[in-house]
Design a protein around this ligand. Structure first.
Ligand SMILES: NC(=O)c1ccc[n+]([C@@H]2O[C@H](COP(=O)([O-])OP(=O)(O)OC[C@H]3O[C@@H](n4cnc5c(N)ncnc54)[C@H](OP(=O)(O)O)[C@@H]3O)[C@@H](O)[C@H]2O)c1
Length: 305
């Protein structure tokens, strides 16, 4: 497989597309952004942008000459992913990096999440079919588990209100999960493109850390030099209320059931893989400490220099 140099990215200004694009540029890839005609996204200057309709014909032209295509379109655009896959194959792209950046295939999620997973799996199935029919067309998917620094900053329901410096510890706070930081997500994509042979036609498991709530609380207190006010709760309460919300069509169910999955005592559901069993070393993702995470989160909300 020839080395990958020219890389097109979809969703470049999104939550994860932003750090992925920055990591690709920093790693020296020749990056082009492809975006929708109606997009209002703002992109970094100096990166070429192709604005196009998302049809197979138009996207095949947009992808012509690219070695790889990275799909980081958000949930709102996921139904377009098969179109992106078809166009990439038609354009002669060597590697398609699929939009997962979630928990990957085979994850033991609650049944309520099945319909969300099913939308993604349509494109996963398509990319496998095309790569079998055309050996020059390959794919990779990247499972990241919990996007930990991004999620802790955005979602106090994960147990840490970083603005107020308060915490809710669910159950005994010892349930561990794996997470990948925005830095690790960017590096995961770079790692796939730097190791095209080892990463071809499979899903990879990324991780920056394995941690529990008690370790995170200690780290937040250490980096802020302050004792945080702590309350206690039970992850199981979210199972019932999340399921009620799901039945009633209230979108709040997603976060509640995600937090239940993360912290349900004894389940270990959200440990994607041990460091050894993961692809972190292959992808050159560094292991981070709870203090690294706490520092990143507090800095991102302007609470640390
Ligand atoms: N593991 C987790 O817990 C977790 C958390 C969050 C996200 N994710 C996953 O990560 C992936 C990326 O999510 P994200 O949060 O980074 O996405 P996002 O910020 O919501 O959106 C990324 C980009 O998608 C494009 N887009 C939006 N609507 C579209 C549409 N209708 N059709 C086509 N493109 C559209 C836009 O790009 P343009 O404006 O340039 O067209 C947008 O900037 C998704 O698969 C998401 O499910 C996982």
């Amino acid at each position: 497989m020839s080395p990958i140099k020219k890389v097109a990215i979809f969703g470049a200004a999104g939550n994860f597309g932003t750090p992925i694009t920055a990591a690709l540029v920093k790693a020296g890839f020749d990056v082009t952004i492809i975006t929708r005609i109606e997009s209002t996204s703002i992109f970094p200057q100096r990166i070429p942008v192709i604005r196009t309709e998302y049809t197979v014909e138009k996207l095949t032209a947009a992808l012509s000459g690219q070695d790889a295509a990275i799909s980081v379109i958000g949930p709102a655009g996921i139904s377009f992913q098969t179109t992106l896959v078809d166009a990439a194959e038609a354009a002669g792209v060597q590697r398609f990096v699929l939009d997962d950046f979630g928990w990957g295939p085979g994850f033991n999620s609650l049944p309520e999440f099945k319909s969300i997973g099913a939308q993604r799996e349509v494109a996963w199935k398509r990319v496998k079919e095309l790569s079998q029919a055309n050996p020059k067309f390959t794919f990779s998917g990247i499972a990241i588990g919990n996007p930990i620094d991004w999620a802790l900053r955005r979602f106090p329901i994960m147990g840490f209100d970083v603005q107020k410096r308060t915490a809710v510890i669910y159950d005994d706070g010892t349930e561990e999960f794996t997470g990948t930081t925005l830095e690790g997500i960017g590096q995961a994509v770079v790692g796939v493109l730097k190791h095209p042979t080892e990463t071809a036609n499979r899903f990879l498991k990324a991780r920056s850390i394995q941690v529990n709530q008690n370790q995170l609380l200690d780290a937040f207190q250490k980096v802020t030099g302050q004792k945080w006010e702590v309350q206690h709760g039970s992850a199981r309460d979210f199972l019932e209320s999340g399921r009620e919300k799901h039945k009633g069509g209230d979108r709040g169910w997603v976060l509640e059931l995600l937090v239940y999955q993360l912290y349900a005592p004894g389940d270990s559901r959200c440990i994607l893989a041990s460091r050894e069993a993961s692809d972190a070393d292959l992808l050159e993702i560094r292991e981070e400490t709870p203090e690294d995470i706490a520092r990143k989160v507090m800095s991102s909300v302007g609470e640390l220099p």
